[in-house]
Structures are given as structure tokens and as C-alpha cells.
Design a protein around this ligand. Structure first.
Ligand SMILES: [Zn+2]
Length: 128
């Protein structure tokens, strides 16, 4: 960052709705400053040009959540490592399936658009 500080979540936080990176910023009020992440698509393109909304999470909230998850996993690794591995693998499979579904929808949309463009090309040549 400009201040020389290193953001520990740099490049790791993505918007759940649009997949764009969440970018970090600080808001100052008197002597206090609050760090937060918000959707970079919304920040860059705004309400009109963008396809996302003002998703926002405070740095402190994210930090506390990630820390709690890590502490929970460490505790489980000590008590039942196999169960923890099963849980993490299940989550990973679910996320992969969700990403595959999203990609398939994008592909179907792109193929539909390609067919439409091909049809327009044919029509253009027929008209000339
Ligand atoms: Zn977004």
C-alpha cells in the first residue's frame, strides 16, 4: 500500500456476487481510521456502469472471522484430524461444483450470442 504497510489479505478477497477483487481502503474520522474492503467493480464502474452493488466488509470483521475459523480448524486438527479433512474436502467439492455451474452458464450465454452474431452475418450478406 502507499503507506508501506502490507495488507495480509491482499489478492485473497473476492466479491461473492461478481467475483471481482475486493479492494482495500481506509476511512479516517478525527484520529481514528477504519480499514474496509469493497467490491472493486462497484468502486470502479459505480451503480450505473457496473453490475454489482456496494458490497462492503470491515477489515476488523474479516480478520476476526478468519482468525476464529483458523482457531476452530487448529482445535479440530488436534481432536479429530480425519473429520476435519473430510469437512474441508466436502467444502472444496461444493465450491468447485458452484464454480463449474457458473462457468457453464457463461458458456451457454456466449454460445447463444455467437449463434446470434452468425445469424446476423448471414443476414448481412443476404441483404447486400
Ligand atoms: Zn461485486
Amino acid at each position: 500500500m502507499k503507506s508501506g504497510k502490507t495488507q495480509i489479505f491482499a489478492g485473497l478477497v473476492k466479491c461473492a456476487d461478481c467475483g471481482w477483487p475486493m479492494s482495500y481502503a481506509e476511512r479516517r474520522y478525527k484520529t481514528c481510521s477504519t480499514g474496509f474492503f469493497n467490491c472493486s467493480q462497484f468502486r470502479k464502474l459505480g451503480k450505473v456502469g457496473g453490475r454489482c452493488s456496494a458490497h462492503y466488509i470491515k477489515y476488523d470483521t474479516l480478520y476476526a472471522y478468519v482468525l476464529a475459523r483458523l482457531q476452530d480448524w487448529i482445535y479440530q486438527a488436534h481432536t479429530d484430524e480425519k473429520e476435519l479433512l473430510n469437512r474441508l474436502l466436502k467444502t472444496s467439492d461444493r465450491e468447485a461444483a458452484k464454480a463449474h455451474k457458473k462457468q457453464s452458464a457463461k458458456l451457454a450465454k456466449a454460445e447463444k450470442r455467437k449463434a446470434e452474431v452468425d445469424r446476423l452475418f448471414v443476414k448481412l450478406y443476404e441483404d447486400v
